[in-house]
Design a protein around this ligand. Structure first.
Ligand code: ZN
Length: 311
């Protein structure tokens, strides 16, 4: 049974200690709040190659375990909530592990998971946490991207980066900078993600413009004057200009509305407006469908690691 103890001295409700293993031989003292987490050293060693190394006899933590039968290890730079969640998982408290994590907390868990190399024993929990469908802002989407990168979860990383490429119109660099201080991932990696996203979004914008411009817009039966309808040219250039500053998603959304409706009662123009609306909508639809395969980044490319060619 897991037992909790709350510090009497402080009037905060933050838990100060937690016995994940009441007879455990190891106590982690975590974070600035010095939360004490009692665990079994063998459980921790099985789950983490990094901890396994730390508790070898040649290191002082390993010596303490060997000679005194127990050890206390301070981890002041780690996040206590994150480590507590991870230790809950590896000690088998599946019923107490939260099934949803705020993106900021998920990111802390991902950081600790990467630091102590525990993606494997956490794989099942990671799958549940990453299956989070409620993302309220681009900042949260960026946090999910970083967490997926730390967990080395390619599928979620691909989906999150594609969503950022399509749905975000602002500066990726600014987004990256918001996480610089948190120091969760090396800033050079954040910059690399920002640059890759910028390139991806530019390519998608160019693809969309090319798609629109190379379309055959002529309607053979109509008079020359109607074919040259300036409203169409204006609308094209407006969409192209919007692409520079707004998200691709918003431009596609606009394209799916009835763009050419103000045609002043001219029957010939009504016909062409209707056709062009249909064509514009079809282009947007096709482009949106393409989102399933385009705009996704690859973790291994990002980290410049050897891997097979992409399909
Ligand atoms: Zn790759």
């Amino acid at each position: 049974m897991m037992s909790f103890a709350t510090s009497q001295a402080s009037n905060s409700t933050v838990r100060q200690s937690l016995d994940l293993a009441p007879d455990g031989d190891l106590v982690f003292v975590v974070g600035s709040e010095q939360r004490r987490l009692r665990v079994h050293s063998q459980q921790v060693r099985n789950a983490s190659p990094a901890f396994n190394t730390m508790f070898q006899p040649k290191f002082k933590e390993g010596q303490a375990l060997l000679q005194e039968g127990s050890a206390e290890v301070e981890l002041p730079e780690d996040n206590a909530d994150a480590l507590e969640i991870i230790l809950q998982v590896i000690h088998g408290y599946s019923d107490q592990v939260p099934t949803t994590l705020e993106p900021s907390r998920l990111l802390e868990v991902a950081r600790a998971c990467e630091k102590y190399d525990m993606a494997r024993p956490l794989a099942f929990a990671i799958k549940v946490w990453l299956d989070c469908k409620v993302i309220r802002s681009s900042k949260e989407l960026w946090a999910i991207t970083m967490a997926a990168c730390l967990f080395r979860h390619q599928q979620v990383f691909a989906e999150a980066t594609s969503a950022l490429a399509f749905n975000f119109g602002g500066s990726y660099l600014d987004l990256a900078r918001e996480f610089e201080a948190a120091n969760v991932i090396e800033f050079s990696v954040l910059l690399e993600i920002a640059v890759m996203l910028e390139e991806t979004r530019n390519r998608l914008r160019m693809d969309l413009i090319t798609y629109i411009l190379t379309k055959d817009w002529s309607v053979p039966s109509l008079s020359r004057k109607t074919k040259m309808w300036p409203g169409l040219i204006a609308e094209f250039s407006q969409q192209a200009a919007r692409l520079e500053t707004s998200s691709i998603f918003l431009v596609l959304k606009r394209m799916q509305e009835d763009l050419f409706e103000s045609v002043n009662g001219n029957a010939e123009r009504l016909v062409i407006a209707c056709r062009w609306n249909t064509t514009f909508r079809a282009i947007a639809e096709n482009f949106r469908k393409g989102q399933e395969i385009t705009g996704k980044l690859c973790i291994l490319c990002l980290l410049k690691e050897e891997h097979r060619e992409h399909e």
